[in-house]
Design a protein around this ligand. Structure first.
Ligand code: SAH
Length: 228
């Protein structure tokens, strides 16, 4: 009961922030199925016990290892920009808590998610399985390289900021697919970009909104890769 009412407050806060930012984001509302997915995922299951009372507040929250679960409005915005369809196979870079992956899992056939911190990858994989999200696979690896084995994708979302768009991610898009990614210097603000690969293979990109994400970090080797 309590969870339901704070969850509807969360949806109302998202709608309010859409109204504030409608000129930047070029829309008055997010797709009803995106809002339904936001309503369906139990966000409190993705935050540490100590942050549960804030699970539905419209702000980012610490999830350990110096990382954060994004603000609900940003999760909804990135999902809406991706325009996911039921048959899609989507790649996420930056699994974190698994929350964005769960929102996507409500909307598409398959989600592949890559996380560079082993402990987060393991915990998110277990959490998603426990909650019944059996259409999400999580891999511990450097997401700069994407996840070539399951490519090409109908859409890719990156939830950590990169100084440039990683070329392997553009390669792993299907023609007609889009990549939603914050681009800019870590520690500052970044541009949330939508990069589109057109049917003829040409690439265009547009800036949507200034955002602040944790950085996309890099590792030298992939020798400790594991999958769940
Ligand atoms: N989408 C997450 C929040 C992401 S926070 C959620 O819904 O909870 C950004 C995440 O990206 C962090 O967990 C961080 O460890 C991860 N990350 C940073 N660099 C990465 C890289 N190169 N490859 C994969 N994951 C990365």
């Amino acid at each position: 009961m309590f969870a339901n009412s704070v969850q509807s407050d969360m949806l109302r806060d998202i709608e309010r922030e859409v109204a504030y930012t409608r000129h930047e984001i070029g829309r008055d509302a997010f797709a009803p199925r995106v809002m339904a997915a936001m309503a369906a995922v139990p966000r409190e299951q993705f935050v540490p016990e100590s942050g549960r009372h804030l699970a539905f507040a419209n702000g980012p929250l610490a999830i350990g290892h110096g990382q954060t679960i994004s603000q609900p409005y940003i999760v909804a915005l990135m999902t809406d920009l991706l325009a996911p369809r039921p048959q899609d196979s989507i790649l996420e870079i930056g699994t974190g808590s698994g929350y964005q992956a769960a929102v996507l899992a409500e909307l598409v056939r398959q989600v592949h998610s890559v996380e560079i911190i082993a402990a987060l990858a393991t915990a998110a994989g277990q959490r998603l399985a426990r909650l019944g999200y059996d259409n999400v696979s999580v891999r511990h690896a450097d997401g700069f390289h994407g996840w070539p084995e399951h490519a090409p994708y109908d859409g890719i979302v990156v939830t950590a900021a990169a100084p440039q768009v990683p070329p392997p991610l553009v390669e792993q898009l299907k023609p007609g697919a889009r990549l939603v990614i914050p681009v800019g210097m870590p520690g500052g603000v970044q541009e949330l970009k939508v990069v589109e690969k057109h049917a003829d293979g040409s690439i265009t990109s547009r800036n949507i909104l200034l955002v602040a994400f944790v950085p996309l970090t890099r590792t030298a080797t992939g020798s400790d890769r594991q999958e769940t």
